[in-house]
Design a protein around this ligand. Structure first.
Ligand code: 99T
Length: 210
């Protein structure tokens, strides 16, 4: 086992961090990264992290030379260039753009879900903005419907950037928004996720029980 040369700003609850952890598992790079677990939110920032990532968000990855990469998409791309196995982000061709687009759609689910989390968990109940919450929820529902309709065969074809991102998004919905009951309207996606979540990389990175 080698000494870790990089440090990952981490939280077990963050689905964006989870994507990075899953890629580290899948590409055999876990021992290259030391984990620095922090607790933060937009109203409770971490000053150490702010020095490394002006946006104050995780994940951020400090490299051996002291430079810092963020956000999760940049980190995933970097780490995918640091191993000798098959790339998890296709390097070229139409596959590259399609898989990155599916990954981006999964991130859009996460962006909306994290905004809902912050609005409902951090803001006082009398200040919740229902229309805004409803519209974030609709983004999630439209994205899930798209994945169910158009993407199951693609997701099943490779466990790559697209599949990792969608799996982490679904895991986050189960973790923070169980009442959404996304499986009811997306039975094929539910079946795909039931299979894929058995992978050791996903089992090892499950969010804590809330
Ligand atoms: O917004 C903040 O100040 C702190 N929030 C974060 O750092 C969240 C943690 S998920 N990370 C992001 O929003 C990163 C998004 C970025 N586009 C990326 O890295 O891809 C915490 C979720 C939870 O606790 O439920």
């Amino acid at each position: 086992m080698s000494t870790p040369s990089m440090t990952l700003f981490h939280s077990p609850a963050s689905p964006f961090v989870r994507k990075v952890m899953v890629l580290l598992h899948e590409t055999g790079q876990l021992d290259r990264v030391a984990i620095n677990t922090i607790t933060l939110s937009p109203v409770s920032p971490d000053s150490g992290l702010n020095e490394d990532n002006p946006a104050g968000k995780i994940p951020a990855l400090r490299l051996a030379d002291g430079s810092v990469l963020h956000d999760s998409r940049v980190i995933l791309d970097y780490l995918d260039h640091q191993h000798v196995g098959n790339p998890l982000i296709p390097r070229e061709g139409s596959a590259r753009w399609r898989r990155l687009m599916l990954a981006s759609l999964a991130d859009a689910i996460l962006d909306a879900a994290v905004l809902i989390r912050y609005e409902t968990f951090l803001r006082p109940a009398d200040k919740h903005w229902d229309l805004w919450l409803d519209n974030q929820r609709e983004k999630i529902e439209r994205a899930l419907a798209y994945l169910e309709r158009d993407s199951i065969a693609e997701l099943s074809s490779a466990f790559d950037i697209a599949a990792i991102s969608v799996a982490c998004a679904l895991g986050y919905l189960d973790f923070r928004m169980p009442s959404l009951d996304w499986r009811a309207a997306q039975p094929q996606l539910a079946k795909w996720y039931a299979d894929v979540r058995q992978r050791p990389s996903l089992k090892a990175t499950e969010p804590p029980t809330a």
